[in-house]
Design a protein around this ligand. Structure first.
Ligand code: ARG
Length: 459
């Protein structure tokens, strides 16, 4: 059992306590960040005259060789160690002898773990942002192919008004653009270095926190040493941002699942992105979308784990905080896995415009336009609304649609109706007239696509 404390204790740690206390099984994945942080620390110690240049060089060489061996698999983590920090320091001392024991000067595992986690999550945020950009690109491409593809827009899951499939996809583009922005914001606050906060109170050594912060790519050091080691807001913010990503993916998944059903049949997933049943030969199931929807809960769970772990914690470091890692790691891993399959599923998804058009034709989704027709002829909208309501009821009774209702029938409800009503309520025309900013008309949607491309460029 490798622990970093000695001197104060007369007995070895109980085996089960060691296992309970140890975090190397999950913080081991931060080995590269731990080593990177140690190298920056060693360089700073020598630049500030706290250790010799020769010792720093030896340390950095030793750390480099450990990193290489871990990456190549020549060196395995010792699962008996308390954590990754213990392992790296122990291995360094094995390799370079006594000099290794100077590395922990003016440092604590408390600032070390806070540093490692920020470095690790910073890379994860960048990776996830890259994946979100890819997803947005795919949506923009699919949208630009479908600005004329008529789809019934829904409220209350009831057919409401004609939109295009592109218009619908562009709603998701806005959500994912906001997610990108939220994650950028989270990264900005995350990008401060806690290194040099030490255990909690800073140090008596003449350290240079600006130097380590800069060399590790941070915007600067954290301001208060107690906060430096106690703060996990960056993990909470990331989990919250990723919960929102999952909420968006889950809503989208729900729609894809509906669209794949025979009741809708608006899309068909590529065979490579759907699954079958072990008993029902006819089945083609949208498992990916269902799993994305299902995994949303565990990402929310991570957020609640983190918030609950921190609530009520006195300053500064408490061992409870070791629980942050499994939660936030699961959170980032889950989102990355979901995006990895969700984006190509969308890219390869077949769109069935005829079915969308047929569904749009059946639901009186041009009723608002019919009322607008009367309004343009001078009737107050509320009165027009009532007249069209009666027309719809008539059509339902007679199994007709507004398109097939004869002009005489129209005129029996209002003599403002003339032959041109049929052009006015044609679904294509209804969609094309929604030229308001952000509206469903192809011209408006093309403008949304252009604006979104520009927004993506800036991200
Ligand atoms: N494994 C610990 C964690 O993840 C590292 C920090 C330990 N610090 C301490 N004072 N015991 O939080």
């Amino acid at each position: 059992m490798a622990v970093l404390w000695s001197g104060r204790f007369q007995k070895e740690l109980d085996r089960q306590v060691n296992d309970f206390n140890s975090s190397i099984s999950f913080d081991g994945r931060m080995f590269a960040q731990d080593i990177q942080g140690s190298m920056a620390h060693a360089a700073m110690l020598s630049a500030c005259g706290i250790i010799s240049q020769a010792d720093a060089d030896t340390m950095i060489q030793g750390l480099t060789s450990i990193l290489e061996d871990l990456q190549s698999g020549a060196l395995q983590l010792d699962m008996d160690c308390e954590d990754i920090h213990t392992f790296v320091e122990g291995e360094l001392t094995n390799r370079i002898g006594e000099v290794g024991k100077r590395l922990h000067t003016a440092r604590s595992r408390n600032d070390q773990v806070a540093l490692d986690l920020r470095l690790f999550l910073r890379d994860e945020v960048d990776g996830i942002r890259g994946q979100l950009k890819e997803l947005i690109q795919v949506l923009l491409t699919r949208a630009s192919e479908n600005v004329h593809t008529i789809l019934p827009g829904y409220t209350h899951l009831q057919r409401a008004q004609p939109i295009s499939f592109a218009h619908h996809l562009m709603a998701y583009v806005q959500m994912f653009l906001r997610d990108l922005d939220r994650l950028a914001d989270c990264r900005r606050r995350m990008n401060l270095s806690p290194l040099g906060s030490c255990a909690l109170a800073g140090t008596t050594y003449p350290t240079d926190r600006e130097m380590t912060a800069r060399s590790l790519g941070f915007d600067g050091p954290t301001v208060n040493s107690i906060d430096g080691v106690s703060d996990r807001d960056f993990a909470v913010e990331l989990a919250a941002g990723l919960s929102t990503v999952m909420m968006h993916l889950s809503r989208f998944s729900e729609e894809i699942i509906l669209w794949c059903s025979w009741e809708f049949k608006f899309v068909e997933l590529d065979d490579a992105y759907s699954t079958g049943s072990s008993i029902m030969p006819q089945k083609k199931n949208p498992d990916i979308a269902e799993l994305v929807r299902g995994k949303t809960g565990r990402v929310y769970g991570s957020l609640v784990t983190l918030l609950t772990m921190l609530k009520g914690l006195p300053l500064a470091y408490n061992k409870d905080m070791q629980e942050d890692k499994e939660a936030i790691f699961d959170c980032v891993d889950t989102v990355r896995q979901c995006l990895l399959v969700f984006t190509p599923m969308l890219r390869t998804m077949k769109i069935l415009p005829d079915n969308m058009r047929a569904a749009a034709a059946k639901g009186f989704i041009n009723a608002t336009d019919c009322a607008d027709y009367l309004t343009q002829k001078g009737l107050p909208f509320r009165t027009a609304y009532k007249t069209v309501g009666e027309l719809v009821a008539h059509c339902v009774r007679e199994s007709l649609t507004l398109e097939t209702l004869p002009l005489e029938a129209y005129r029996s409800y209002s003599d403002l109706f003339e032959e041109d009503i049929y052009q006015e309520i044609c679904l294509e025309a209804c969609m094309e007239k929604r030229l308001s900013q952000g509206g469903a008309a192809p011209a408006s949607v093309l403008c949304q696509i252009q604006l979104s491309h520009e927004a993506l460029e800036r991200m």
